[in-house]
Design a protein around this ligand. Structure first.
Ligand SMILES: Cc1cc2nc3c(=O)[nH]c(=O)nc-3n(C[C@H](O)[C@H](O)[C@H](O)COP(=O)(O)OP(=O)(O)OC[C@H]3O[C@@H](n4cnc5c(N)ncnc54)[C@H](O)[C@@H]3O)c2cc1C
Length: 483
C-alpha cells in the first residue's frame, strides 16, 4: 500500500486555493493517491488572499465577472453564482464579494478532500535535505511536499515615507484606512494605476476633500473598458510559430523574431502598434480620452494583450535576460495599461471628479518628502518644475515585488537560509517548467514548489487570476507524475 503523502499549502489566496483545487482534480483522476493536505493562512485571508479581503463595495474587481472563477476551467461560474445566489448581473463586482465566493468554494474543496485548515501563518520552514522533507514552525511531523503560495505582502515605499504622520502606507481595506481623514483636506495619492484609481474613487465617494491629486512618474492611466470582444482570431503570432522559431534557434526565442510577429499581429488586428503605444503613453487624462474615443480598437488590443501574456507564460523562459529586458522596455507598459482596463463606473467617477475640479493628475513625479514645518507632504514633478503641497498622502503604488522588502518573517527566514533567491524581474526564482523552487544551496528542490504572484519574475505576469490557476494545476500535475 502506498504511504500517505503529507502536503502543506502555505498561503491561501488565489494561488493556494488553485493548488487545493488542482489536488481535488488529480485525486478524482487517481483515487489511489493517499494524500493528507494542510492549508495554512490566517482566518481573515484564508481562501481570499490580500486582493479579495472584505472592503468598501466601491473597491471593484478589475476583471469582468464572467472571466474569473475559483476554477479556471469553469469560466462563467462566478457570474452564474452571482446571479443565482445574489440576484446580481453586474459586469464588475466588488473584490470583497469575489472573496466571499472564493472562500466558500475553497472551503468546500477543503472539506471534500478532508484537508486540515490551519488558521495561522507559517513562521519558519526547516528543510531536511537527506529526506527531502519539511518541518513547519515547531511541528515534529514532517511534510513530504510544500507549496509556497504566500504572495508578497509589502506595499512599495520608494520615498521612504512609512511611519510619517498623515501618510497611509497600507491602504487596504480602504473602508477603514480612509475613515481617519477629516473633511476639506488636500489628498495626494501615489500612483495612477488601478490601485490608485480605486483609492481616488472611494475618497471621492466617502470623504469631502478640497482636492485630490493622483501623482506618478509617468502619469499614465489605463484604458477605459467600454467595449468587449468575445474572441480574436490570431493570424500569425501562434504558439506553433514560436515553437518553430525556438527549434530553429537551438531552443532560444530571440526578441527580434518575437517583436516582428507581435507588430505584424497588431497590424492584422487593424491596430498600428507604434501609434497605439504612443496613445497609451500619453500623460494624464489624454490617454483615457483617446481610449474612450476608440473603444473597438481598445477591445481588440485588450484581447491581443491578454493573448500575448498567455503566450509569454510558456515562452518567457526561452528568452535571454537581455531580450526579456528589451521586450519589457518596448511592450510591457503598453500591454499592462491595456490589460488592466478601468471599469466604466470608475471612469465615470473619475471624470465627475475631474469636472468638479476636485480630482487631477500630476505626472513626472520625481520626489516626495514631508513638508518641513507645517506638516503634510511636498510632491515635486519635472513637468514645468511643478511642486504641490498635500495634507494627507496615500500609497497607491501597489505591492513591492522584491522579496527582500517583504514583512513576512517566513520569506526573510527562507532568504537568510538560502532556500529561496530573488529574481531580477521580481519574486523568487523557480524552474518555470515544473514550478520547483531553486535554492542557491540545494539547487532545484523537488519537494517544494511556488505559485502565484511570488513567481511573477519567472513566469511572465503570473499575477492574473486565471494564469495563476492554470499554472498551479500544471505544476501540481507535474509533482504528482512520479507519485
Ligand atoms: C489590490 C489588488 C487587486 C487586484 N485585483 C485583481 C483583479 O481584479 N483581477 C485579477 O485578475 N487580479 C487582480 N489582482 C492580481 C491578483 O489576483 C493577485 O495578485 C493575486 O491575488 C495573487 O494571489 P496569490 O495567492 O499569489 O497572493 P495573495 O493574494 O497575496 O495571497 C497570499 C496569501 O498568503 C498568505 N500568507 C502570506 N504569508 C504567509 C505565511 N507565512 N504563512 C501562511 N500564509 C501566508 C496571505 O495571508 C495571503 O492570504 C489584484 C491584486 C491586488 C494586490
Amino acid at each position: 500500500m502506498k504511504q500517505t503523502k503529507r502536503v502543506a499549502i502555505i498561503g491561501m489566496g488565489i494561488a493556494g486555493s488553485a493548488v487545493l483545487e488542482a489536488y481535488a482534480k488529480e485525486s478524482k483522476r487517481r483515487p489511489d493517491l493517499p494524500l493528507h493536505l494542510a492549508c495554512y493562512d490566517e482566518s481573515r485571508s484564508w481562501g481570499r488572499g490580500l486582493a479579495y479581503l472584505k472592503d468598501a463595495p466601491e473597491v471593484l474587481l478589475n476583471t469582468r465577472a464572467e472571466t474569473v472563477a475559483y476554477d479556471y476551467e469553469q469560466r462563467g461560474h462566478y457570474a452564474t453564482w452571482l446571479k443565482e445566489t445574489k440576484g446580481l448581473e453586474e459586469a464588475y463586482t466588488s473584490r470583497g464579494l469575489f472573496g466571499e465566493y472564493l472562500n466558500y468554494f475553497t472551503k468546500q474543496t477543503a472539506a471534500d478532500l478532508n484537508a486540515t485548515i490551519i488558521p495561522e501563518k507559517v513562521q519558519s520552514l526547516t528543510y531536511l535535505p537527506d529526506r527531502q522533507q519539511w518541518l513547519i514552525n515547531s511541528e515534529t511531523l514532517p511534510y513530504d511536499h510544500i507549496h509556497l503560495c504566500t504572495g508578497l505582502d509589502t506595499m512599495a515605499d520608494p520615498y521612504n515615507l512609512q511611519g510619517q504622520a498623515h501618510y497611509i502606507h497600507t491602504p487596504y481595506p480602504l473602508q477603514t484606512s480612509l475613515s481617519h481623514i477629516p473633511a476639506d483636506q488636500t489628498i495626494g495619492i501615489l500612483g495612477t494605476n488601478l490601485t490608485a484609481i480605486d483609492i481616488a474613487k472611494v475618497a471621492l465617494k466617502q470623504l469631502t476633500p478640497r482636492k485630490i491629486w493622483l501623482a506618478s512618474r509617468h502619469g499614465n492611466l489605463p484604458v477605459a473598458d467600454v467595449e468587449q470582444l468575445a474572441s480574436l482570431p490570431i493570424q500569425v503570432l501562434t504558439f506553433e510559430r514560436l515553437r518553430e522559431i525556438r527549434e530553429e534557434n537551438q531552443g532560444v526565442l530571440p526578441f527580434e523574431a518575437l517583436d516582428a510577429l507581435i507588430e505584424e499581429e497588431f497590424r492584422c488586428q487593424a491596430v498600428y502598434f507604434p501609434i497605439y503605444r504612443q496613445e497609451r503613453l500619453l500623460p494624464g487624462w489624454e490617454a483615457l480620452a483617446v481610449s474612450l474615443e476608440n473603444p473597438a480598437r481598445v477591445a481588440r488590443a485588450e484581447l491581443l494583450a491578454m493573448y500575448i501574456t498567455r503566450l509569454l507564460n510558456t515562452n518567457w523562459a526561452y528568452m535571454t535576460r537581455s531580450d526579456q529586458s528589451t521586450f519589457w522596455k518596448k511592450y510591457h507598459r503598453t500591454l499592462d495599461l491595456t490589460r488592466s482596463k478601468i471599469p466604466l463606473a470608475s471612469v465615470t467617477a473619475l471624470l465627475e471628479g475631474k469636472e468638479s475640479g476636485v480630482l487631477d493628475i500630476m505626472g513626472g513625479l520625481t520626489d516626495v518628502a514631508p513638508a518641513s514645518d507645517e506638516g503634510g507632504f511636498l510632491l515635486k514633478s519635472n513637468n514645468n518644475n511643478q511642486s504641490l503641497k498635500v495634507d494627507y498622502l496615500i500609497n497607491g503604488i501597489g505591492l513591492s515585488n522584491n522579496p527582500h522588502e517583504a514583512n513576512d518573517p517566513l520569506i526573510q527566514q527562507l532568504l537568510a537560509d538560502s532556500l529561496i533567491a530573488s529574481h531580477p524581474f521580481g519574486g523568487i526564482i523557480i524552474n518555470s517548467q515544473n514550478g520547483q523552487i531553486i535554492s542557491p544551496i540545494y539547487g532545484s528542490l523537488p519537494t517544494a514548489q511556488a505559485h502565484g504572484s511570488i513567481i511573477e519574475g519567472s513566469i511572465y505576469q503570473a499575477n492574473a487570476t486565471y494564469i495563476i490557476q492554470e499554472r498551479a494545476h500544471h505544476f501540481v500535475r507535474k509533482s504528482l507524475a512520479h507519485s
